[in-house]
Design a protein around this ligand. Sequence first.
Ligand code: 13P
Ligand code: SF4
Length: 333
Amino acid sequence: MMDARNGIGGTLQGVDIRAEIERLRKERNAVILAHYYQKPEIQDIADFVGDSLELSRKAAETDADVIAFCGVKFMADTAKILSPEKIVVLPDLDAGCSLEDSCPPAQFKAFREAHPDHIALTYINCSTEVKALSDVIVTSSSAEKILSQIPPEQKIIFGPDKHLGGYLSRKLGREMLLWPGVCIVHEAFSETELIKLKAQHPDAPVAAHPECPGYIVEHADYVGSTSGILNYAKTMEGDTLIVATEPHIIHQMEKAVPEKTFIGAPGADGNCNCNVCPYMALNTMEKLYLALRDLEPRVEIDEELRLAAKRSLDKMLEMASSTVGQGDVGPRP
Ligand code: 13P
Ligand code: SF4
């Protein structure tokens, strides 16, 4: 094979990337997991595409030797926390997340210490250090179920996404102390442009991710995780849907229900690319191939930190699967 790594992101001359990924996936006994915000070609070659909760469950259950995680760093970290014996590779280690960046562990620790009677219910979009400082992790698809299991008198800090926290507070009538983080992608939707778009498609419902600001969610007929939005697209009546989340999910909608029309909600100038997640976009087929070939870049986590973070993730997996009402969540000792 004539190989030349002309730098990450460069052209790999003479390499049939798709065929090589197929070959290496078998040779390495690797599973390729992808989030719905990945490029279509990555979604199509993945063994499994899902939302954050589904991807966490897959990572915990797989018997593969290698997990090639096509998503962002906190997702690959979660896979490593749950499956430490596996090699976890992320095609581009710089694939971060603005929500993770908005919650530095030292500040979060100080905030927790200032509120010792509160538990920390924390969105999975955060660092391993912040997970280790938290009591229960939630994803957008499990947050409501988990929050409803926490006794009403228990005080709660919710971070880092103030919009998801605000949405849950309003929906469940539950006051929470909110950390002021945002997702730059969902923050970029424009209410004015959405109203104009709705006027052009008066019969089209709007589906929004709860990472959107409240003024966008208010216009939504359905609010939920990426999987929830995809399911709504499949089951809704009508033939057109306005989608207020990262637009790469539309790929799965068009595959599932090609007869329907999906329109991405607009950003401020009505026609920008500002709702594409710049972190998710760092992963490419070339980088996925290199990650499977070289088993780099790998995600590694200090064992003590991993075990501390695993407690709050395990709690999430347990409470997200629970069939009972309120759980036994209390402040950390
Ligand atoms: P979900 O896929 O869990 O809804 O999360 C969306 C997201 O922003 C992931 O970064
Ligand atoms: Fe983070 Fe937002 Fe990108 Fe999701 S879409 S990875 S929350 S920046």
